[in-house]
Ligand binder design. Sequence first.
Ligand SMILES: Nc1ncnc2c1ncn2[C@@H]1O[C@H](COP(=O)(O)OP(=O)(O)OP(=O)(O)O)[C@@H](O)[C@H]1O
Length: 316
Amino acid sequence: MPIIEVDGLRKAYGNRTVVDGVSFTVGEGEIFGILGPNGAGKTTTVECVAGLRVPDAGTVRVAGLDPRTDRDEVRQILGMQLQESELQAKLTVREALELYSAFYRRPADWRPLAERLGLTAHLRSRFASLSGGQKQRLFIALALVGSPRLVVLDELTTGLDPRGRRDTWALIEEVRASGVTVLLVTHFMEEAQHLCDRVAVIDAGRVAAMDTPAGLVSGAASPTVISFTPSEPVGRGELEALPGAVSVRERDGRLTVDGTDETVDAVISLLARRGITARRLRIADATLDDAFLDLTGRTRSRARASTPAAAERGEG
Ligand SMILES: Nc1ncnc2c1ncn2[C@@H]1O[C@H](COP(=O)(O)OP(=O)(O)OP(=O)(O)O)[C@@H](O)[C@H]1O
């Protein structure tokens, strides 16, 4: 039996529907990602899973329980780290960990958890004095302190530096290795690609796609990107007409073609027939970023120009 079953979930604020028929299931032990642009309805969806919001329609089950009517039971099973959570300013880290432990029937020993999250040196610090990264790590600890079967993490690594982010990913992998299911809301494609077994892309309140990260990338309209500087001019129209080509861009004499493996073969044949040399030839798989932009219908070129991956591909 899946640990999370969401079917036809709908939620409106006033007359504005922000979750519009979302369905997905998560198997026990999975790391399941919810990815989507700002305001897509991700937080509202996971808050309904956690029983913090009442759906207008549809059903939610957590380990077969209804989070609304079986609230106490679900609270014992599900740990939640909320985006933008707050604690009382004067509460110390230690007090927060002890307080949260007391909510649960089978709390974990919070000390190793605090150690693992780099909080041991801050146990006496008051919440208000913690840095953004320290607060974030405390919320992760509080989500895990009840030994949950399922942990819901919303914007897990927002506010962490790259090192803190990597450490947190390693922690999440350990958590999963211990059998805990993870429902993860994220903005970071790299995070989804690194951690998630499956991802639901939510756009404007609906599931735009659901697959493994690799499946989403290979299902993108243009899973391969080829870029090169031709030794002699090549017409963009000619490249656009090649099999599988989705788009062609030119910048400072450098051409970038989004397409498929078939497009790559066709570009190389075309250049060979003409005796044109492809200088600094680069062929790259599209990333989850590209798949996400395809799925959420934004212009690929605008976004790609601003991603680090674009620079690596020599597009900048
Ligand atoms: N309590 C509320 N009352 C009214 N509108 C709300 C409320 N909570 C969220 N919204 C609106 O509903 C929409 C979906 O919000 P939600 O937080 O679920 O999206 P999200 O995908 O998590 O976004 P983000 O990535 O920006 O956190 C947004 O437009 C948001 O402004």
